[in-house]
Ligand binder design. Structure first.
Ligand SMILES: [Zn+2]
Length: 321
């Protein structure tokens, strides 16, 4: 059986893995810096070199590889295999034929997918979403990404743009989001939004362990540091996670009434906070959703960690080719 390459194109790191798509195992992996400032031509060349190199260092031949799936951080046109807008990469990559270019340089079929949709697909196939047909993923990191599997299909929508759960409006009078809209979930529950609540508490002079843990240096406040204070029983820190979890719960309530997911999966770096987020999300769902059997909706943490994206991208190209 052929193996597939899954790639995670990050703003800082470029990660490739050879994946057995029958069981979701990562057989071999390599990381190199993206060097995104060199521009898209240089990055695509480095990607192609990385793919050829990983095949070689795994002791395989090109004939053993069925294709390359690339998880891309931004907006894509899946029909054309083009990038449209990659906010975290210099030059933002407008109308760059990433799929065709990689195919040309490697001779292997290539498929693109948004990075969080790759995580969603990976978690559904081999992680926290296994065994159920409808799943929603919230990936919480620098932003809040998302993805939906509905009736056993990754839901793509127009050009693969569906599933941006971080940009669900949860307060139409809310603050401006990076996307230009107002009151998006991302403005309340992303890593930077959680850190900002900690910074505000410290600069207001509230009595909180966050102050001592960061040594009164606001730049050192991270979601992890606030989680540490919460686990030590600090009320201000617990309240910050309560508020972030409540916002996620409101967005999740909207997903429950619209798609009726069997599972809601919380992924991304900030999901390490575990119950600090999961408990208020579950409670908010029970309090707010009445028109569907919300007690049957499981809210759980992701299972594949950093491998979810490369596994999902590899499975995606395997399905497409
Ligand atoms: Zn937004």
């Amino acid at each position: 059986m052929k193996k597939y390459i899954g790639c995670d194109l990050g703003g800082t790191n470029l990660r490739a893995a050879i994946v057995d798509v029958d069981d979701g195992t990562v057989l071999h992996q390599m990381n190199i810096p993206t060097l995104a400032r060199e521009g898209h031509e240089a990055v695509m060349k480095r990607m192609a070199e990385l793919f050829l190199q990983i095949i070689q260092s795994a002791g395989m031949n090109k004939e053993d590889i069925g294709g390359i799936g690339i998880g891309v951080p931004g907006v894509l046109d899946l029909e054309k295999g083009e990038t449209l807008f990659l906010p975290n990469l210099p030059g933002t990559w407008p109308h760059i034929p990433l799929g065709d270019t990689i195919t040309e340089l490697t001779g292997l079929p290539t498929a693109l997918l948004n990075d969080v949709r790759s995580i969603t697909y990976g978690e559904w196939r081999f992680g926290a979403g296994r065994g159920v047909d409808t799943v929603a993923v919230f990936a919480i990191g620098t932003g809040v990404g998302g993805g939906l599997v509905i009736n056993g299909q990754l839901h793509l929508g127009i050009g693969g743009t569906a599933g941006e759960l971080g940009h669900i409006t949860i307060d139409f009078n809310g603050p401006r989001c990076g996307c230009g809209n107002y009151g998006c979930l991302e403005a309340y529950a992303s890593g930077p939004a959680i850190a900002a609540m900690g910074m505000k508490a410290v600069s207001q002079g509230l009595s909180t362990q966050i102050s001592t843990l960061c040594n009164y240096d606001l730049n050192r406040i991270t979601p992890e540091l606030i989680a540490k204070a919460s686990l030590a029983g600090d009320e201000t820190a617990m309240d910050i996670y309560e508020r972030a979890g409540f916002s996620l719960g409101i967005a999740a309530a909207n997903i429950c009434v619209s798609v009726g997911p069997r599972r809601i999966i919380i992924a991304g770096g900030v999901s390490q906070a575990g119950d600090l987020l999961l408990v208020p999300i579950r409670r908010t769902l029970r309090e707010r959703v009445t028109v569907m059997p919300v007690e049957q909706v499981e809210v759980i943490q992701s299972q594949l960690g950093n491998n979810a994206g490369v596994i999902g991208a590899a499975c995606w190209v395997a399905k497409a080719s």
